[in-house]
Design a protein around this ligand. Structure first.
Ligand SMILES: Cc1ncc(COP(=O)(O)O)c(C=O)c1O
Length: 345
């Protein structure tokens, strides 16, 4: 069977989670996120974020987190600005727009939004004839595998506050961002310099689940109503709570993310050694090597991955994703195969 580097969803969950789910299976718990596991996990997040005042809510997936958060913070005529590579702009089947809010997109060089990218959307000349930009959506790591520096986040946050904007970080891959070699942010910084963000579990060892963290007090009120109305409030919230409880114990989630990054870094070294360019420098678990079409065809016999973009007639950039479960042995085999196809390309 082909080994898939297509996404970070190919495996189930870390065995410790399965054990905990089995172990707690017949113990009665309150529903809708009021169970002891969700409470414990939420307390751990508060401790890691260094803020006892934050609200934590757990939902099943990233698109769901994005749409509930954005629909809850925006008034009917307000919009959100994102990078053109942003998941909400490119990959969610218009989920945000379906809640009645326009996604305004800014091109960026590296998937990271900066204050200058947002300025053109503010103070629109035709005023109330157009939507009002009110939220800023960023992802960390980004869809291109890049990470925000602390200074970049502070700049965005200060700009957002000066312009009455809500800063929202999609953290579907936040554990990978926080364990990237170039990262200088902590979870506490992220809680401090965003209004709302989430910690991804689905891509980081959980079967499913994202933990939404709200630090701006104005956004906390009635959030559970928004969750319920959009079908995002899980009756058996315990299933997500147990997963985060396990993932946050002994830093498991960060160990798993670090593994995913390290596997990608080994692949990146192999590509560089062969003189194979990467579309963008990334030190997280997504890689974008530029390969000849002949090489792509040969590699596709044994491996699954995404064709990301056409570079020219003969070459395309592909996307390879390593995960918390990618075995070192497979990475070594891929590198061997890569060297072989490179010599015959
Ligand atoms: C940045 C980002 N946000 C959110 C998601 C969640 O998407 P989904 O709801 O399809 O799992 C993804 C998945 O690829 C992602 O890359």
């Amino acid at each position: 069977m082909k080994y898939s580097f297509a996404n970070d969803y190919s495996e189930g969950c870390h065995p410790r989670i399965l054990e905990a789910l089995a172990h707690t299976n017949l113990i009665q718990q309150a529903g809708y996120g009021d169970d002891s596991h969700t409470c414990n996990a939420s307390d751990t997040i508060r401790r890691l974020a260094g803020n006892t005042d934050i609200d934590v809510h757990m939902v099943a997936g990233g698109t769901m987190a994005n749409l509930v958060v954005l629909a809850s913070v925006l008034r009917p005529f307000e919009s959100v600005v994102a990078a053109t590579t942003g998941h909400i702009y490119t990959n969610e089947a218009g989920a945000i727009e379906a809640t009645g809010h326009k996604v305004e997109a800014a091109p960026t060089v590296d998937g990271k939004l900066r204050p200058a990218d947002i300025v053109p959307f503010l103070n629109k000349a035709r005023g109330h004839h157009l939507v009002r930009t009110r939220a800023v959506y960023i992802s960390n790591s980004t869809e291109l595998g890049t990470v925000y520096t602390k200074q970049e986040l502070i700049d965005l946050y200060e700009f957002s506050k000066a312009n009455n904007l809500i800063l929202f970080m999609d953290g579907a891959r936040l554990p990978m961002a926080l364990t990237a070699p170039s990262n200088d942010l902590t979870l506490a910084d992220i809680a401090r310099y965003t209004d709302v963000f989430y910690i991804g579990g689905t891509k980081c060892g959980a079967m499913l689940g994202e933990a939404i963290v709200i630090s701006n007090p104005d956004l906390k009120q009635d959030f559970k109503y928004h969750l319920k109305q959009r079908g995002a409030l899980s009756a058996k919230g315990r299933t997500i709570g147990i997963q985060f409880e396990q993932l946050l114990q002994d830093n498991l989630i960060f160990e798993l993310a670090d593994h995913a990054n390290k596997m990608a870094s080994r692949l990146a070294c192999a590509f560089k050694q062969l003189g194979c360019p990467l579309l963008i420098d990334s030190d997280t678990n997504q890689l974008f090597p530029v390969l000849s079409n002949a090489m792509i065809t040969l590699l596709q016999k044994d491996y699954g991955f995404l064709i990301w973009s056409v570079v020219d007639e003969d070459r395309s950039a592909v996307r390879l994703i390593t995960s918390w479960a990618t075995p070192e042995r497979v990475v070594d085999e891929f590198i061997k195969d890569l060297r072989r196809v490179y010599s015959v390309k």
